[in-house]
Design a protein around this ligand. Structure first.
Ligand code: G6P
Length: 589
């Protein structure tokens, strides 16, 4: 999380940095700061909250500066804690993306040496460490390298020095990329931040430092202690689609786009899939990994690979891979799922597995991301930019691709494509005024409640979990998704008069179990809502009939949850596209 931006060039740096930070806001929007050099001094503007559309900066037009948008880890959301942070003599400022894991030890060490801390952020430890190293080194770059090598964790830092007029940055883990267009040089956590100006990028790997001075850049390997010559290359970057068109929020626009994006994610021909299908056929076990919504995608894809593809597929949450790592061998295949391709937990697991010689394939939405570079092969979700922090269209793109893969494994590629087209057409009818009104009305009823339970089974178990996650992310209401079978083993104790229970019912062999479970909660006073294929029963107080599908019901069934999430949050007056405390790309552990 956190977004870093740096600029040196011919244009107005404060403006370029502000625009860049706006584009990086999905990484965190607790507070922000911009520092530039004016007449030899560093001038900084900082504030808490979202970055405003237009800002009145303390600085005049100038051609060099850095910026940061924060997602708080250490220390509250205050102007003091906002980055960039000044050195004691105010000659340089530094901003960070990551967590200094040995922060406590380093702070104690520096305090013993007499350094006084003004903030609660771990970044200040880096600043003081650089100052300390500067006492015994000749240059600031040397001091920065020495300090950086003492940091534990995945950290990327950017520094602006008023004495030399240069920008220095070092990457370890948290992403950093350089953009170059003639004399304009951009540095950012994500190329989306500058791709409206330039397409030529230079990748910066872990352990590399970038030095920008006098309109030129130099790349330095801090481990091997030598300069690297890496020329810019043109990258096909994702276009940020900032047009909300007729929609009030990105979330609803992105929900409706799913009728098209599920097809875009599965445009692969059989020939293109062939090498990977061959690998999957030969592989012993398949492990799918991901976190958050991508973690539920990993679950659903593993389900398809077992149920349809007849493979031994195991889904693991990226942050819980530790106990599995030893047992995953080069005879297995890992499929990492990530919208951003930058999630720290996922990258860390992939890095370890790669080192052990395990084949990594990934499903990614961000071209040029770190995960794509680490993977032996990767498949693009092609969902276009997803701006709302809560993921909707990327989730269905990922599971559509997982479904296509599973069907192709058993020679049913054409059948899968037909099913995808069917559901896409049916979604067009589903996204009607009638559906939106019905869900809006149900949301008005749910608004008054606090605790909610979602039940699913088989193909709908993980959809119950993802559905619940989606609603809690935006509405801040307590939703929990369960396997319907779990109900009698504990959850039912929480059911009382009026407790809303949402059951996902599909015309499959589990339907009877779901209806029985619904009857059981209804008998205890629950407010029952059915989501799925139409049922001939009176056990539901409300019923949302979904878009028709054959064996891709996960897609039809998850969409009403996305819509409940949207309308409930709207009713509650929440910030739909940027919910509190969340960030779209979780680049810290
Ligand atoms: C965060 C986001 C989720 C996302 C998860 C994993 O939690 O809010 O929407 O699913 O990170 O991100 P990734 O980029 O790896 O899909």
């Amino acid at each position: 999380m956190c977004g870093i931006f740096g600029y040196m060039g011919k244009s107005n740096a404060p403006y370029i940095i502000h625009q860049g930070l706006k584009r990086l806001e999905y990484r965190g929007y607790d507070s922000w700061g911009i520092s530039t050099i004016e007449k030899g001094n560093i001038v900084t503007t900082k504030d808490t909250g979202h970055i405003p559309e237009s800002i009145k900066l303390k600085t005049n037009p100038t051609t060099v500066g850095i910026g940061h948008t924060r997602w708080a880890t250490h220390g509250g959301v205050t102007i003091t804690n906002a980055h960039p942070h000044y050195s004691t003599d105010r000659s340089f400022v530094l901003a960070q993306n990551g967590i200094v894991e040995n922060y406590t030890e380093l702070k104690a060490y520096l305090e013993k040496l007499g350094y006084i801390f003004d903030t609660q952020v771990d970044t200040e430890v880096i600043v003081k460490l650089v100052e300390h190293e500067l006492k015994t080194t000749k240059t600031l770059r040397e001091a920065l390298i020495k300090a950086f090598k003492q940091l534990e964790g995945r950290n990327t830092v950017i520094l602006l020095d008023s004495k030399s007029g240069q920008i220095l940055a070092i990457r370890n883990g948290s992403p950093l990329i350089l953009g170059v267009k003639e004399k304009d040089i951009y540095l950012a956590s994500d190329p989306l931040a500058f791709n409206q100006y330039c397409r030529d990028i230079v990748e910066i790997n872990n352990g590399e430092m970038i030095e920008i001075k006098d309109g030129k850049y130099k790349l330095f390997d801090i481990k091997k202690d030598k300069y690297i010559n890496r020329k810019p290359r043109e990258e096909k970057l994702l276009e940020i689609d900032i047009d909300k068109e007729k929609y009030e929020h990105y979330m609803i626009k992105e929900i409706v786009e799913q009728q098209h994006t599920i097809l875009k994610a599965t445009e692969y021909t059989q020939k293109q899939l062939q090498p990977f299908i061959k690998r999957l056929k030969e592989t012993e076990n398949i492990y799918t990994i991901g976190a958050g919504t991508a973690g539920f995608s990993a679950d659903q894809i593993a389900y398809y690979l077992r149920k349809i593809g007849k493979k031994n597929a195991i889904s693991i949450k990226s942050y819980e891979t530790e106990s599995y790592l030893e047992n995953i061998s080069p005879n297995d295949t890992v499929i990492a799922i990530s919208q951003s391709g930058e999630t720290a937990d996922t990258l860390e697991a992939v890095e370890i597995l790669k080192e052990r010689g395990v084949y990594i394939a990934s499903i990614i939405n961000m071209p040029g991301s770190t995960l794509s570079r680490l993977s032996n092969s990767y498949f693009m979700s092609n969902a276009g930019s997803e701006i709302c922090v809560a993921s909707t269209k990327v989730f269905t793109s990922q599971i559509s691709f997982g479904y296509l893969l599973s069907k192709t494994l058993v020679g049913e590629y054409t059948d899968a494509k037909r099913e995808l087209r069917t559901i896409s057409n049916n979604l067009e009818d589903f996204f009607s005024k009638k559906t939106f009104k019905q869900i809006e009305n149900i949301s008005k009823v749910l608004k008054e409640k606090e605790h909610f339970f979602v039940l699913g089974k088989g193909q709908n178990f993980h959809i119950a979990q993802e559905g619940a996650l989606k609603i809690k992310e935006i509405s801040y209401k307590h939703f929990e998704g369960f396997a319907a079978g779990e109900l009698k083993h504990g959850v039912i104790a929480l059911i009382e008069e009026g407790t809303p229970v949402l059951s996902i019912v599909s015309n499959d062999k589990n339907v009877k179990d779901l209806i029985s479970a619904t009857q059981e909660v209804k008998a205890r006073g629950a407010l029952t809502i059915g989501i799925g294929d139409k049922q001939d029963t009176d056990c539901f107080d409300y019923f949302i009939e979904v878009a028709k599908s054959n064996d891709l019901k996960a897609i039809s069934n998850v969409i009403p949850f996305q819509l409940i999430s949207y309308y409930l949050a709207k009713e509650l007056g929440n910030n739909i596209d940027k919910p509190r405390n969340l960030a779209k790309s979780v680049t810290v552990k």
